[in-house]
Structures are given as structure tokens and as C-alpha cells.
Design a protein around this ligand. Sequence first.
Ligand code: IDP
Ligand code: MG
Length: 138
Amino acid sequence: MSNITFTMIKPDAVANGHSGKIIDQILEAGFSIQAMKYLHLTPENAGKFYAVHSERPFFNDLVSFMTSGPIFAAVLVKENAVADFRTLIGATDPKKADEGTIRQRFADSIEANAVHGSDSDENAAIEASFFFNSFERF
Ligand code: IDP
Ligand code: MG
């Protein structure tokens, strides 16, 4: 079990002014921020990041959405980070997300769902290195 996960505050949440409250909830839940940056994904970046979904019907819309405005990308540290962060953000579809989760509080739709969270330790490392060089040294 590794102790890092990777997150993005997605364009909907940044545009709606929710970044501060989301970061606050992440810190309140016991995560620390090892690295963070503010950036605007290119279609090429977004397509690579979500390559695993390239055959899904929503892929093109997802790339458009993820490139529609700036995001925060971050590496978070906590014991059991991947699973605990998935619990904190809630289900992919905010209508199905538990009360008080980040997606239940801040997401607009199953697509514009406020935050990303890695789904495994392996993907957390891959995703963190996609955005941060040598993130271990921060
Ligand atoms: P996750 O973000 O909860 O891990 P995934 O199934 O990995 O969910 O999907 C990646 C992202 O693709 C979601 O966060 C959401 O933005 C988008 N997405 C997933 N399912 C749908 C869908 O059915 N319609 C539109 N967008 C979707
Ligand atoms: Mg996923």
C-alpha cells in the first residue's frame, strides 16, 4: 500500500469558484499536499491522461470538458491515500455520491464532476508522474 494519490480540481469546479473549499475539505480530511500546479490541459494532454477511456462513448466530450478551462493538479499524501480519497470524493455521478462528499457538494453532472481521484496505487504513481517530474523529492 502506497501513501500517495493524484487529484485534479476539474474545470467546472475551478470556474465555479469552488477550488478553495475543495482544497480546504481535502486538508481537513487529513491529506497533505506534496505538489500542486494550476494549468490548462491541451487536448493532447487530456486524451493521453484519459486514454483508458478512449473507446467509451463519452470520450470526446470528456476531452472537451477537461480542456474547457484551467485545473489544479496535485499529489496528495496520507496513509491509505487512494481509497480514503475515493471515499472523500464520492461516486462518479454526483447524484449517487454520499452526502457531504466533494462530488455531492460541488459537482454539476456525471461528466463535470468537480474532481479526479486515482483508482489504484499504480495509477496514482503514473498520473502523478504525468504532471510532476520527480514528485517524490517535493
Ligand atoms: P472516476 O472519475 O470516478 O474514476 P471514471 O469511470 O474513471 O470515473 O471516468 C472518468 C471521468 O469520465 C469521470 O470522472 C467523468 O468526468 C467522466 N465520465 C465517466 N462516466 C461518464 C458518463 O457516463 N458520461 C459522461 N462522462 C462520464
Ligand atoms: Mg477513474
